[in-house]
Design a protein around this ligand. Structure first.
Ligand code: GDP
Ligand code: MN
Length: 433
């Protein structure tokens, strides 16, 4: 049984067991010992008087984590086997591609396809673009923005230009948006990253990977070249798209006022984000930062501990479930907004993009779950997508994949947490489309 009090207190207990905070930012709590706010003596609780949690009691989620995983996996596969069409909560027919040759008259959204890549990845990102063009962008010709911490060379630019008729921009990231900040203590960084590497955590010692995660977490939306855009669609090298997309997804975002769209929901490695949630709670308890929390946030998804209690405990109360950010369609105004940006600045000040290995995916996900209305976060379940080894494979006519399959490897099926999204937070859960 999961009522809201029990749920928050177990999250706080895990936090308290693991983290020894100084209480300088503690917010005064209530007097009643049954009042959750008394837990504020630990300093870091989402104050129930300010945030209304709507907790679903998952009736059919009883049993041990293994049973719950089985239930969740079955539920996911069952849902994915249902025929999926285009969204029904918007006027999709008003979002069709322009007739042949009529790109000039097309009413474009303010949007761009973004890809952070190295010159050496020309052929890998090229593959993604070919597939992306075939399924979507040759019909619309949204502009590309290629982003790099080094200047793009002519060979890279020429290869990209050969793959699409769309406009292309090539952007070099200013060093202040990419380089490791000066506050980072190199010795501490080395010691902690050696430790993390000894646990076989990929990229722990690779500083450029940490730069990349910090960039996509909190500085990409500050690039001067992205200021004129409202929406972005992020792509990566070596991804594939399994379904035809015959409507303008950016128009869909605007018409439905969505802030973020994703395709895959999975667990992160808890060791990479041990303090992300605890530090976030610290931030929320500073000054009047609670004002940033959206009363209709995706809290239960964020804090679930039923399917994978170990991860939750290790990450101090965060489920570790996140939107996989190698695919994302987002509203830049969300990231540029005061809440997200203030929170990112706090996260950055902890140094933990370098002392831990916080990924941009969990950072986006925690930010969205707290600061966006969960109805403004959209699972594009109609878009077939793969970044090895995980995919979103809907049952659709044009899909060139095995419907409902999350990964080719059975041993990785436990990494899927989409059912938590479906059960707790999904927009319009009755709209089977
Ligand atoms: P993974 O998916 O987590 O294994 O990480 P990737 O290696 O795919 O990196 C994520 C994205 O960032 C990809 O689009 C990479 O091309 C890009 N990327 C990673 N590191 C760098 C870097 O040092 N420079 C540039 N320009 N791009 C990078
Ligand atoms: Mn990748």
């Amino acid at each position: 049984m999961h009522d809201s009090k029990e749920f928050i207190s177990s999250s706080i207990k895990a936090l308290n067991d693991k983290w020894d905070f100084d209480s300088s930012n503690t917010v005064a709590g209530g007097q009643d010992s049954n009042d959750l706010s008394t837990l504020d003596k630990y300093g870091y609780v989402i104050k129930p008087q300010e945030v209304k949690f709507k907790f679903i009691n998952p009736k059919n989620k009883q049993g041990n984590p293994k049973e719950i995983l089985k239930h969740n996996t079955d539920e996911y596969e069952k849902l994915m086997k249902i025929r999926i069409n285009e969204p029904k909560n918007a006027d999709i027919d008003s979002m069709r591609p322009p007739a042949e040759g009529d790109f000039d008259k097309y009413q474009y959204e303010s949007a761009t396809i973004i890809a952070l890549v190295r010159n050496s990845e020309a052929s890998n990102i090229g593959k993604s673009i070919k597939r992306f063009e075939k399924r979507f962008n040759s019909k619309f010709r949204y502009p590309y923005t290629f982003i790099n911490d080094q200047p793009f060379n002519e060979k890279f630019k020429k290869h990209m230009a050969s793959l699409s008729q769309a406009e292309m921009h090539f952007v070099e990231i200013p060093s202040n948006l990419w380089d490791k900040p000066e506050i980072i203590d190199p010795e501490k960084q080395k010691k902690l990253m050696d430790e993390l590497a000894s646990k076989d955590i990929a990229y722990a010692q690779k500083e450029s990977y940490h730069n990349m995660c910090r960039f996509y977490s909190g500085t990409f939306y500050k690039l001067p070249e992205l200021q004129k855009f409202k929406y972005y669609w992020r792509i990566e090298p070596d991804v594939d798209f399994y379904t035809d997309i015959n409507y303008d997804v950016f128009k869909y975002m605007r018409q439905t006022k969505k802030k973020y769209g994703f395709t895959v929901n999975l667990y992160d490695i808890a060791e990479t984000v041990p303090s992300l949630w605890p530090e976030t709670l610290k931030f929320l308890n500073m000054g009047d930062n609670y004002k940033y929390v959206n009363p209709n946030g995706a809290f239960q998804w964020l804090l679930d501990d039923l399917q994978n209690p170990n991860k939750n405990a290790e990450a101090g109360g965060y489920s570790c479930c996140h939107f996989w950010s190698n695919f994302e369609i987002g509203d830049l105004d969300f990231f540029r907004g005061e809440a997200y940006d203030a929170w990112f600045n706090y996260l950055d000040s902890t140094g933990n993009f370098y002392y831990e290995r916080w990924g941009d995916a969990p950072v986006h996900s925690v930010g969205l779950a707290l600061f966006a209305d969960k109805n403004d976060i959209h699972w594009f379940r109609d878009i077939g997508y793969v970044h090895t080894p995980y995919m979103n494979c809907p049952n659709r006519e044009s899909a060139s994949c095995d419907a409902g399959r999350f990964t080719p490897f059975d041993s990785l099926l436990d990494q899927n947490c989409m059912t938590n999204w479906i059960d707790y937070s999904m927009d319009d859960p009755n709209a089977i489309y």
